[in-house]
Design a protein around this ligand. Sequence first.
Ligand code: SF4
Length: 360
Amino acid sequence: MLAANLTRTPAEAEEKLRAGVQDFISLGRPLLADPEWAGKAKRGEEATISRCISCLWCFESMLKGGFTGTSGLCAVNPCTCREYIVPEALPGEKDGKTVVIIGAGPAGLSAAEVLARRGFRTVVFEKEKTVGGQLVLGKAPPNKERLAWCYEDLAYRAKKNGAEIRCNTTATIPLIKSLNPYAVILASGAAPVIPKSIEGASGDNVYIVDEILNGSIKLNGKHIAVIGSGMTGLETAELLCEQGNEVTVVEMAQTIAPGIYHQHTDDIIPKLKCYGTRFFSGCCLTKIEKDSITLKQKEDTIKTIPVDFVVLSLGVKSRNEMEQELKKTFERVYTIGDAKEIGRIAGAVHSGYKAASEIQ
Ligand code: SF4
C-alpha cells in the first residue's frame, strides 16, 4: 500500500513503515516545502529539511492563481514554482559585510538564512527569549503545533549557515551602530489592535488573544466572548473550549470568518459547534460590563449577552516605530514582514527572502 498519510518527516515515515501502517511512503506537500526531502533523508540530513507546516497556503494560492494566472506557492519555501530565484543563483558576499536583522520571527529568520548562506555576517536581535515572533502564539491552539516548524527550521538553517541570533536583546541604535552594518533589516512584526473606543475595553475582565495563547491567562468553566472571528479568534475560541469554557464568538461583518479560506473554516467551525459555541455575526460590540457585553445589530437592535470575560481578537498592526530613526542613521534599511504590511506566514517568509536577495 502506497499512501501519503500526512507524513511530514523521515522519522514519521520510518515509523509508519515499521508499524506496518503502509508499505510505501508517497509525498505531496512536503516536496513543495522541500524538493530535496528524499535526498536529505537518504543522506541523513533530516535536520535541514524545510518541513511542511500544513498551512494550506499552497491550495489557497493555487486557487487564487487560477483567477490571476499565477502559480501556487508554498509558505515555507519561497522558491516553490519560482525556481529561478533559488539561493544558489544569488551572488555570494566575499567581504563578509554585516547585516543586522531586528526581529527573529519568520520574516527575520528567512532573511537571516539567505544572507548567512550568501556569506554576509548576519546578526539577528530578538527582544523575546525565544525566536518565532507571532508564530509562538500561532502554534498554541489545538493541532497547530506544526506551525513551530516554520521558525524552528528557519532558525536551524540560519544558524547552520553562520547567522548569530541574540535573543533577550533589544535592538537599539547604538547597539546596531556598534556593528557598523552594511544594511539593516527591520522585521519587528506586529502588535495587537486594542480599540479604546469600546466602553469597558480596559476593564479587568477583558483580555487580548495573546494573553490566552501565551498561557499567561488561564480560564476554565467561564462564559467567554471572543470578539473577532478571523482565524486567530476562531482558534483561540477552540483553545478556550478545550480548556472547559463556554464560548460566544462575535463578528462585526455579516459572516463569521470573513475572507478566510474555506478549508480552514470547514475544519474549525464544526469543531466549535460541537463544543456548543454560539456565533453572532453582523454585530458591533458597543459596551463591556463586568458580567455582560452589549451588541448593536443591524437596524440598531441592541442585544445584551451575559459573559464572565471578553477576549479581543481584533487584528494586529505593524510594529515599526524604529523605521524612521533607522533610515536617518543607516544607508540601507529594509522593512519586511508584518512590520511592513500585515500578512500571513507566506508573506513574512517570502518578504524576508526577497530582501535578503536584493542586498548587493
Ligand atoms: S504551503 Fe503550507 S501546506 Fe502547502 S506545502 Fe507549503 S507548508 Fe505545506
